[in-house]
Design a protein around this ligand. Structure first.
Ligand code: ADP
Length: 503
């Protein structure tokens, strides 16, 4: 292609003309001084000049600066020194059209002889399309790179053996290592020592072509501090579809975790305060409740004293019996105090497998302290075989105590004062707990806002009992609802899912 033009082609004029005219690339021939001898159709399309405007002119008219100014000198240098820069090689250059616009081109130049004179044959290939495609790709790459760089999430890629191959700005920020420090290092640098196994699990998933999405875990920053992250890992494929590595996106969720923990703490605090208020509100009744066994004990002790000094022959046996009775009363008082202490104790939420009937019985004992004085009749209908539940016992008690206290208060003025607590087995998948009263019930407009905080109709009410109860029940996977009781009054009910079983 760059060889000298064969004289044979010259004689076969038609073939030569056709070849030149139909060539897709521009073909031109210049003499030693740069004067254009041949300028084909493709050249006309490329440069917008007609052949008659160019033939006989210096080829530099087709070049933009700085080529234009350099070209004569270049030809001269070649003539005198024989030192070529482009001849026989080809390179990228730029052309200038008649309208002054420029375009990229690839120029290959061959040298030949014509009528004993040296000529140069140039083939001009338009690179406009190729360049714009490359520019588009480049732009896309830059765009993607800028997304990666500006992301708030750490974006890291690694090979399948865990060597880090890329590390963005957020990764620097989150993990504290610079890209320079990390590229080429093993990804295990980021693992807390006891979590190194996690990489095996991640790699196994990747090898199957699976991704890991929003997996919450812990990594180590530079310096060793632990951070909570949410991890997404996807396989990276080569052009042939083979997995060659993985890209990891890590989001710093330390802040969210801290916020969650704080919220949890506040929630615990609030439920605790609510329990205290609950206890405070019926402390008078509670004192009464405790007073009963204490008075009874006192009585038994007095009887025992008298028996001991009496001449009665049955005295020792009777004294024993009386002291045993005093002991039972002490136990009863102890039980009341134990329950109460459990109930008001400040504690973190913890879930254990529990029997709902036992929780309900304890709640009734606590919640109905003083109910006898208020003349309330208590009924219980407990499920025989209720599935166990995984709950925070004290919190569920708190819900029930709250419902019972509300019911008792609501019935204060009612002619009929009956409270029914029911537990029901729902197909072994859940238990339903209901507290029904025979009070005035709840008017519709109040019913709508019942579970909102600070909704109260009581003079000294806080209106947080039901709101807290609702949030506790929801946290246990249920929903606290109210329905009217058919003979007046209200029924509050909720379901708790059965605890997962080992089978
Ligand atoms: P508080 O008891 O401090 O008012 P709650 O959130 O426990 O707060 O109750 C909100 C309101 O709902 C009560 O003020 C009362 O008007 C109404 N309420 C709750 N339970 C009953 C009930 N069993 N019968 C009638 N009204 C009730």
């Amino acid at each position: 292609m760059h060889g000298p033009v064969a004289p044979a082609a010259q004689s076969d004029d038609t073939l030569f003309q056709t070849l030149i005219a139909t060539a897709v690339d521009g073909i031109m021939v210049i003499d030693e001084l740069g004067i254009v001898q041949v300028y084909n159709k493709a050249c006309e399309r490329l440069f917008q000049y007609r052949a008659d405007e160019v033939i006989g002119q210096n080829v530099k008219m087709l070049m933009p600066a700085p080529y234009r100014e350099q070209h004569d000198g270049y030809l001269e240098h070649y003539r005198t020194s024989g030192e070529a820069r482009i001849i026989g090689v080809g390179r990228e250059a730029r052309g200038q059209r008649k309208d002054g616009s420029e375009f990229p081109l690839y120029l290959s130049v061959g040298q030949g002889a014509l009528d004993g004179k040296r000529i140069f044959v140039g083939v001009v290939h338009d690179l406009t399309q190729l360049k714009s495609e490359a520019a588009a790709r480049e732009q896309e790459r830059n765009f993607l790179a800028s997304i990666v760089e500006s992301s708030n999430d750490a974006i890291i890629s690694k090979t399948l053996d865990g060597t880090i191959t890329s590390w963005n700005a957020a990764a620097e920020y989150i993990f504290g290592y610079t890209a320079k420090e990390m590229i080429g290092q093993p990804i295990s640098t980021l693992f807390p020592p006891d979590m190194i196994d996690e990489e095996t699990f991640i790699l196994a998933k990747l090898a199957k072509g699976e991704s890991i999405e929003h997996y919450e875990t812990v990594r180590r920053r530079k310096g060793g501090a632990h951070i909570d992250i949410s991890l997404t890992v996807s396989p990276l494929y080569d052009a042939g579809g083979k997995i060659i590595g993985a890209s990891k996106t890590a989001r710093d969720i330390t802040e969210r975790k801290t916020a969650e923990a704080r919220l949890q703490m506040l929630q615990n605090e609030l439920t605790h305060v609510a329990r205290l208020t609950e206890m405070g509100q019926f402390s008078a009744a509670l004192a009464h409740e405790l007073n009963q066994p204490l008075t009874a004990m006192l009585n038994y002790v007095n009887v025992a004293k008298r028996l001991l000094v009496s001449q009665n022959p049955d005295a020792p046996a009777k004294t024993y019996e009386t002291i045993a009775k005093a002991g039972q009363q002490a136990q009863r008082a102890g039980q009341i105090i134990r329950r109460m202490r459990d109930f008001v104790e400040k504690r973190d939420s913890k879930r254990t497998i529990e029997d709902i009937n036992k929780i309900a019985a304890d709640a009734i004992a606590l919640g109905l302290v003083g109910a006898k004085i208020a003349n309330i009749k208590m009924h219980t209908t407990f499920a025989d075989r209720a599935p166990a539940v995984l709950v925070d016992k004290v919190q569920i008690q708190q819900v029930l105590v709250n419902l019972l206290r509300n019911a008792a208060e609501a019935m204060a003025e009612s002619p009929k004062r009956e409270l029914t607590v029911t537990t029901r087995n729902i197909d072994d998948t859940a238990v339903e707990v209901a507290v029904a009263d025979t009070g005035p019930g709840i008017p519709e407009d109040l019913a709508k806002r019942l579970f909102e905080p600070f909704v109260t109709t009581k003079a000294g009410g806080m209106g947080i009992g039901l709101a807290i109860s609702q949030s506790i029940v929801e946290a246990h996977g249920g929903q606290l609802r109210m329905a009217p009781n058919k003979n007046g009054g209200a029924i509050f009910h909720f379901r708790l899912p059965a605890a997962p079983t080992m089978e």
